[in-house]
Ligand binder design. Structure first.
Ligand SMILES: [Mg+2]
Length: 409
């Protein structure tokens, strides 16, 4: 293995895919699938792919162009941990002048910075595994190439809190059962009594499935405790993000003590440090840290190591094409979220020429080197609403709009 993996070019795309219908969570609507997609190209001609989620996507792309590309261009992807540290230090040690407003650290937005680091970190892990000519899960220390998965969906039909949408819900969960899933997740987080009715309808129709519910952080402590009692009689296997944003880990821990249903959470955490109180005090059964939001694979592995030490299982949010490699290397107390409905997740369904396969409720990782997926250039062209290419000329970072010999022709 002689490649130096020096990063010569960084391509950044903002992808936006309008959905054919609106998917309602407890309090927010999901109308557009979006992500920042990054390619890192090395002097040897290897290409690594990375993805980031978060909002606003333009801000994430800007951090990559302006703050991270000077650190990455000319550096070696073999050095991913040292580079991660240098990138992370831009979140609290900044020397740039702030041009507007009152200066303060993290002016650019820490969540956007962690998502930007995530995209390029993931791409560096892809490069390293490709240079080693092995699938990423092997680089992480396992030959295992399958991971159990669940089907995520069960959204509300509208903003109307009285509309239960039970017929549609039953049809949807039925489609997952027909596809071979034994575990499915549905949305809750509105009026607890109504949510118990929706869950009861699914339970009555599908008595044998493992049923998970996700409140997307919509409830007060009292509402969550009430709902958890109702769900426990229906054999719900986890209650996800029950409490609103102003609750802390200790509040979650108090809920875990009285909830007969195990709790899951952590998909919105920005880094490993914020996972520590969740694991130590939150009473979580599953940690759901999302590496595409929170600093990438380097950071996710450290949080996962801490969680598993404390007997907390791992169930990362979204993106099986990345997370399933990590889960394969993390033992048996793991499960991967997937979105089999192509209307909800066109990025999973249509964006890739090749990717992991989802069969009978199991993610099967490909044997191809690296992450093992290949984006479809036609879809990249179609869905990319903005793109930039960063390169270095005599030590100076050059950014040009659009571009890309790979995508935009
Ligand atoms: Mg969730």
């Amino acid at each position: 293995m002689t490649e130096r993996l020096a990063i010569e070019e960084i391509e950044v795309h903002v992808l936006q895919v309008p959905l054919q219908k609106t998917f309602w969570m407890s309090t927010e609507a999901y109308t557009t699938a979006g992500q920042v997609f990054v390619t890192l190209r090395t002097a040897e001609g290897l290409v690594g792919y990375g993805q980031a989620h978060g909002n606003p996507l333009d801000e994430i792309a800007k951090v990559i162009r302006e703050d991270l590309s000077p650190i990455l261009l000319g550096s070696s992807a073999w050095d991913v941990r040292a580079l991660w540290q240098r990138m992370f230090e831009t979140t609290f040690r900044r020397t740039k002048a702030v041009t507007t407003g009152q200066p303060h650290f993290g002016n650019r937005g820490r969540y956007q910075m962690m998502a930007a680091i995530a995209a390029v970190d993931i791409a560096m892990w892809d490069l390293r595994a490709k240079a080693a000519d092995v699938p990423l899960h092997r680089l992480l220390g396992t030959d295992r190439n399958t991971v159990p998965a669940y089907a995520s969906g069960g959204y509300y039909p509208s903003a109307d809190r009285d509309e239960l949408g039970i017929d549609g819900l039953i049809n949807e969960i039925g489609s997952y059962v027909e596809a071979g899933f034994d575990t499915a997740k549905m949305k809750v987080g509105r009026v607890p009594a109504n949510d118990v009715k929706r869950v009861a309808a699914v339970r009555d129709t599908f008595p044998d499935i493992r049923l998970l519910v996700d409140a997307n952080g919509a409830w007060t402590f009292t509402e969550a405790a009430l709902a958890a009692r109702g769900f426990s009689e229906l054999g719900v296997a986890w209650l996800e993000e029950p409490l609103a944003w102003f609750a802390n880990a200790a509040d979650l821990g108090r809920l875990a003590e009285i909830s007969p249903v195990p709790l899951a959470g952590g998909e919105q955490e920005p880094h490993k440090w914020s996972c520590v109180p969740l694991v130590e005090q939150g009473g979580l059964r599953y940690l759901q840290l999302d590496c595409t939001r929170a600093g990438g694979i380097t950071e996710w592995l450290e949080a996962a190591a801490f969680a598993t030490q404390k007997d907390v299982g791992l169930a990362p949010h979204h993106d099986p094409q990345i997370h399933a490699h990590l889960l394969a290397a993390c033992g048996d107390d793991v499960i991967q979220e997937t979105f089999p409905n192509p209307v909800r997740d066109p990025l999973w369904d249509e964006f890739f020429l090749s990717k992991p396969t989802l069969r009978d409720g199991v993610v099967h990782l490909p044997a191809a080197p690296g992450l093992g997926f290949e984006p479809d250039p036609a879809m990249l062209r179609r869905w990319s609403v903005a793109s930039w290419t960063c390169s270095s000329d005599a030590g100076e970072v050059q950014v040009r709009e659009g571009a890309s010999q790979f995508a935009v022709q």
